[in-house]
Design a binder for this molecule. Sequence first.
Ligand SMILES: Nc1ncnc2c1ncn2[C@@H]1O[C@H](COP(=O)(O)OP(=O)(O)O)[C@@H](O)[C@H]1O
Ligand SMILES: [Mg+2]
Length: 637
Amino acid sequence: MTRAETAGNEAALTREEKLRQSLNKRYGKRVAAGGRGPGGPGGRAARAASQKGKPEEVRHTIRRLLKYVLQEKARLSGAFVCVLLTTASQLTASYMLRPIINTYIAPADGSRGDPKGLAAALLLMAGIYLAGIGGTYIQSRLLTKVGQNSLKRMREDLFDHMQTLPVKFYDTNTRGDLMSRFTNDIDNVGNMLSSTLISLFTAGLTIIGTVALMLYTNVILTLVTVLAVPLMLTAARKIAAASSRYYSRQQASLGALNGYIEESVTGQKVIKVFNHEDMAREEFGILNGELQKNQMKAQFFSGIMGPVMNFSTQINYTLTAVVGGILCITRGLDIGGLTVFLNYSRMFNRPINEISMTITAVFSALAGAERVFAIMDAQPEPENDADAYRPETVKGDVVITDVSFGYTPEKKVLKHINVYAHPGQKIAFVGSTGAGKTTVMNLLPRFYDIDEGTITIDGVDLKHYDREILRNNITMVLQESHLFSGTIMENIRYGRLDATDEEVIAAAKTASADFFIRHMPLGYHTVIDADGTNLSQGQRQLLNIARAAVSKAPILILDEATSSVDTRTEKMIEKGMDSLMSNRTTFVIAHRLSTVRDANAIMVLENGEIIERGTHEELLEQKGRYYELYTGLKELD
Ligand SMILES: Nc1ncnc2c1ncn2[C@@H]1O[C@H](COP(=O)(O)OP(=O)(O)O)[C@@H](O)[C@H]1O
Ligand SMILES: [Mg+2]
């Protein structure tokens, strides 16, 4: 290898390393970060993160899983009875063989067999087996039902909990990873619940039954067979522990990969425009390789479980046979007894093998369950106080006093903000991108809670409001609009579910959306694709404005609501907006300053501080930052 090649290889390595590190930062385990802080009720999640895979934590996860399963006591008891029946029938039928042979086929006294008696005995045996089969059928139906119901409840709980999580949680987790937990991890739990539950149930009883019969046949041989079990279980546990470690990693890698796929599907256009297909492939390759590596190890350990268990079963069997042989010679154990015993020893080992084999499935399910529970442990928005403020009507008198705020403690995004907005007033925020305009608006519906300063509405601190009431009284047109799959009518009605068709149409007219909606193939009943890809960006904004217009909330927030709409349409919306704003407190963020000229007060935000405030005329007179922005932008217009 030449020097140049070596250098090239090193460069490639460091490049890959860099990508890897960056991927780790972006897609590494993040739910824990969004979870509870240390101490208080959050202690457990913090522990979960640090004790992943430790016995105590595993037990805790099992207990939580069992809580879901044990809700079906009636079905579980029914299944238990069936398992009892099945196992008993199997043991009885297998035991019957001995008296059948001894009495009807080859009687010990040397007389001829008894065909009639044999037929009757065989019929009885068949009946017993049939009962067992029926039991198996009912039992598996019941347990499948228990498993599926538990899963359903788990999905419900997960979704319910996700609805309570704060905006911050969604800011810090990729959608793909969350989806992965919803689908893949829950599937793993489901697979275990439906398959393992049955074998664990059956195995336990079979073991107890065979041990009893073995003891009845020969005590010493029983000891030999049973003493090998701890050894086998130790081996199984070692293998299972390794496989559990890799199952956790496998699920985490899968989450990361899904996060990446989700981003590259939604961002496909951007990838194409910037020609980053190669980089995307490379990054995908790394994540994919990571998944493959962890998957392989997980599979390897679950794969060797079978052979290792088979091997130790064989050794155990041989040992039993050898000791049995010695007993035959020295203690006069009869050959028939030994044969029956060896049969039982096989029956005894089978469920132990089965349990060992399913242990890896159990661990993969536990890894999944842990990831699901991690979301359930993420701290929801705090509960409303019992005596939370629940006013009948809100006037919309908003006072922001000396508020400082940062998304992270290190960096303050807002510093000492003071704003007063009386009912019906229109307050505008202007300032360069990143100044903190959207952040101020995020604080009003309490997407984020503040630590410094106070915000009051009608004189009551936001913290004392019932959150639902508060949000009911604020309507927002967000910078990034979102539409749901459904008709246009439904999407606008999302702003107020009891709005009549007429009200929806009136709102659409206010937002100047009526015209384009009528030109859609089915008018208001046109179905919008997910997130409105069959509409232009501007049209989507108009629908969002209409959605706000249909709501009767006394506080209205428009965050660059018309940024993707042409100037003419914007002018038209403004006319409609006047009626919309007339009796509401309105906060407007706009980058076209012409649209905020008539505001009662304009705040000029710079670096999280309000550096100027006043009416349009006052600010122009000051010849400060606003004057600069306004005159500069007017030239651009
Ligand atoms: N969810 C977030 N987490 C962390 N920082 C954020 C978040 N949203 C915005 N920021 C930061 O807050 C600052 C202000 O952002 P923003 O209020 O959106 O500005 P504007 O709306 O004025 O353009 C920016 O520096 C941005 O990086
Ligand atoms: Mg913004």
